[in-house]
Every structure is written in C-alpha cells, then in structure tokens.
Design a protein around this ligand. Sequence first.
Ligand SMILES: [Zn+2]
Ligand SMILES: [Zn+2]
Length: 250
Amino acid sequence: MAPAWRAVGEAVCDLVFPWRCTLCLAAGPAVRGPFCDDCRAELLAEAVAYREASCPRCALPVGPYADLAGGCSECRGKALGFDAAVALGLHRKDEAPWRDFVLAIKDERGAFLAPAMASLWAEARREAFEAVPSDALVTPVPQHWFRRLRRRYNQTDVLARALAVSLRREPRDALRRVKYTPHLVGRTRQDRDAVMRGAFAARRGAELKGRTVVLVDDVLTTGSTLGSAARALMRAGARRVVAVVISREA
Ligand SMILES: [Zn+2]
Ligand SMILES: [Zn+2]
C-alpha cells in the first residue's frame, strides 16, 4: 500500500478500534482494554506461574520443593503485619513488564491500567480470593493529606476500586495516614520499619471488627508500609489482612 493510503487506513482503523496494545502496539478487534488477547494471555500465564513460584505469605520467590508451611525461609517466624500476600510478578531493576506497570500507574495517565491489573489479580489468584468472605472490604494504602494536596491522584485508590469491582467486594477508605513519612527509597529495612511505625490509623466508622480486609498497594518491597497499614487495621478489630500488589520487589 502507498504510504499515504496506509496512513489513511491506519487512521480509519484507529477510529474503529481506538485501543492499541500497550505492550506490542497492535490495534484491532482483539485489543480490549490496554492489552491484545495474546499479550494478555502471556501476562496471565506469567502471573499464574508466579503464584506457583512464590511464598503465599510474603510473595517472595521460592524454590520448587520449598516447604511453605508457615511461610518461606525468609518470612517464617517473622511478624509481617499481614496474613497473606498476592503479587502478579517480580520487580527487579529493569525488569519488565510488572515494574513498567508499577511506574506507569504512578501517573494519572496510567490509571487506565488499573482494571486490567484487577482482572489479572482476580483470574490468576482465584484461590486466594475465594478464601476472602463476601463481607470483606477492599481498601487502599492511603497517602498523607499533604502529599495528596499536591497531587490529587493516588494509584492505590484506582487499583483498590478496580479490584473491588472485579471481586464484587465493598471498596472502603478504611485507613488514613496520621504521620508524614519521608520517601523510603534507599533506606534499610530497620530504618523503614522505624519510619513507618504508627504511620496509619483506621478511620472513624470504618467498621472493621471481625472482617477480612484486602489491602492494596502498587509494590511490596520490605513490607514496612503494608505491615504498618495492616497493623492499624488489626488494631481496629480486623480479623485477617490480605496484602495485594502488582509486583514484589526482591
Ligand atoms: Zn499485544
Ligand atoms: Zn515468605
């Protein structure tokens, strides 16, 4: 096709099928949401493989014959704050695609990825969510109001809302940040734990007594943030906390 006609053809295709796959850039009827059918199938297969290859308690990678009773060799006997952790994949330096999604969704223009992440969570980790009772709440790890004032968008809000829709559970802002915390990048685990201690409290009227809470963040690194948020939920009477993230940083 002559270049000019191809351009027209692509323009018409864009009008009829406005989505392009975020990963392979294909356009057409097989692209629903941010991914084409092939790329979505690949992501799902990766997430299912990670379920088999990771610890159900802390979401770190484990070997094929690891004994996971009470957690893996990294987390066994350690108080994490949460009872279980669900991650779609691993987040190492320069490792695509999960790290790319975590980075993209930090910006408001990446919010369109949230429903796709939620459907991957629900499908790849069905067994973890089947154990979540019907009156469970889905809640985001909140930002401090000061940070929120400067940046109204919070990726954990859109992720939690999308996951609540996928799981047909109630979304609720059950937590607030009561302490302004500096960025944690580059700090040791002990340092992060100290910074995050007491950073969260349950909101008044959150009605957490005896309930399971699905606690949503974008990434799980040392677990200091999710652990501190989970402890605030437990202090307010929650029975069980399942931490859910796009990616586990090893
Ligand atoms: Zn694709
Ligand atoms: Zn573990």
